[in-house]
Ligand binder design. Structure first.
Ligand SMILES: Cc1cc2nc3c(=O)[nH]c(=O)nc-3n(C[C@H](O)[C@H](O)[C@H](O)COP(=O)(O)O)c2cc1C
Length: 315
């Protein structure tokens, strides 16, 4: 019997998840969040199944799927539109140490959608189902889905989420916006009761995870009080404002600086290709104190972790 390994049943309700974020939640940042205070579950950034399935793309795909012991349990998120490639990729994930497979059906990125993946799957429900089934039959791991309410209209959620729930995914994460809304409007919390009803009616065993605008553990707990039927909450951009967002702890400036040093060390350890993307993270640690903007500006001028450490020492 497949799907016997069931991380989702082991998580205590309400569980908290760090949202997958391309270019952000890589192995380095996941370790940083672990140090600050880990969520119950991590997700990787999304990996393209056709990359994994191609001889040229495999090394890159495997790099994205590199994990370490400390971040387990962790789910691998995958995307694409080729059902065979979903099967091939899903099959590889258990030996790599993952506790589950998640299919991205919500990404609004133009290139991803043009390639038929992410939120574009909302417009091709039959293909979405085929990809899900192919992944599910190829692995013992539980297969979950992360999606949005619809492509352009909020009301699409009824048919779309019903179609997905009929496949009995291990978990369904709903980012409470349409693709068209991107992140420009507030998340539609008012729909949570209706979504709970759909889940309870069609697939009561599916864990329901709510995502969108939740910034801290405290906010997730507030939502839990209001909607106790929701199993888990996923925090994305909140972690930029506070890497300690999965705890009740209020970080001191010193703790944030220590995390920044650790981030620089981990960058060197994992030998990432370009220094530039690292600069996006400075704002997380150097923020909200007198002189922070000036210090950040100096850090932005650096070209290596050694230079960044020098700037920090002088400051
Ligand atoms: C920089 C960035 C990258 C993202 N990459 C992914 C991704 O790879 N997979 C995915 O399912 N969602 C991705 N998302 C969406 C988030 O997982 C989440 O659904 C969204 O940010 C809403 O949650 P929030 O309001 O807590 O940030 C990304 C979001 C951001 C801001």
């Amino acid at each position: 019997m497949y799907n016997m390994i069931m991380i989702w049943n082991e998580l205590k309700k309400p569980f908290l998840i760090l949202a997958p974020m391309e270019g952000v939640t890589d192995i380095i940042f996941r370790e940083i969040v672990s140090i600050a205070g880990r969520p119950d579950l991590f997700y990787t950034e999304f990996t393209n199944v056709s990359s994994y399935a191609s001889p040229k793309g495999r090394a890159n795909a495997l790099e994205r799927l590199t994990i370490c012991e400390a971040e387990k349990p962790i789910i691998a998120q995958i995307w694409g539109k080729n059902p065979e490639h979903f099967a091939e990729t899903a099959k590889a994930l258990l030996p790599l140490g993952f506790s589950g497979v998640d299919i991205n059906m919500g990404c609004p990125d133009k290139n991803v959608n043009r390639a038929g993946g992410g939120a574009a799957m909302i417009k091709t429900p039959e293909l979405a189902v085929e990809c899900f089934r192919n992944a599910k039959k190829s692995t013992e791991l539980p297969v979950s889905i992360k999606t949005r309410l619809g492509w352009s209209r909020v009301e699409e959620y009824r048919d779309w989420l019903s179609t997905l729930l009929a496949e009995h995914p291990a978990a369904l994460t709903v980012h409470l916006r349409t693709k068209k809304e991107m992140s420009k409007v507030p998340a539609h919390y008012d729909l949570i009761p209706e979504i709970i009803k759909l889940r309870d009616k069609i697939s009561p065993e599916t864990k329901l995870v709510i995502n969108g605008d939740i910034k801290t553990k405290a906010e997730a707990m507030e939502l839990h009080k209001k909607y106790p039927e929701v199993d888990g909450f996923m925090i994305g951009r909140g972690v930029f404002q506070n890497p300690f967002c999965f705890t009740d702890h209020i970080a001191t400036r010193e703790e944030l600086m220590n995390l920044l040093y650790k981030h620089l060390d981990l960058y060197e350890k994992y030998n990432h290709h370009s220094y530039e993307p690292l600069k996006h993270f400075f704002k997380i640690y150097v923020n909200n104190f007198p002189g922070a903007a000036e210090l950040r500006a100096k850090l932005m001028e650096t070209h290596s972790p050694e230079e960044a450490r020098e700037v920090l020492k002088d400051a």
